[in-house]
Design a protein. Sequence first.
Length: 135
Amino acid sequence: MKTVMAFGTFDFLHPGHLFFLRNAKALGDELVVVVARDGNTRVLKGRKPLNSERERLALVKALDFVDNAVLGDRRLRDWGIIEKFHPTAIALGYDQWASIPSLRKELDKKGLSPQIVRIKSFKPKRNSSRRIRGA
């Protein structure tokens, strides 16, 4: 069975998130979505999320095509959650910070070798979280 892992904050779900997650799911048989911790969101985005990590996790878990949803590692770039699930593939959003070569290098150090796929954008000028939020 091919397990795909996708990461995100998912502070409020919009069509771009659904597009990203459905395309991630299409890469394998099982989709595991990792929801960013509140503290990591503050570091990565420079602001605290509007909804708590537990609320965001509950929203993602409610999506019928998501097989499993979990909270991410407490420390950025820890990779423990990836070690736990050993995904066959990791889906990255078009706007996520990770570069594929640097992520590959970090995972190789841990003995992990999932395929890394960057999912294309879904109308980013219309549906990005930043635009919807008005930032």
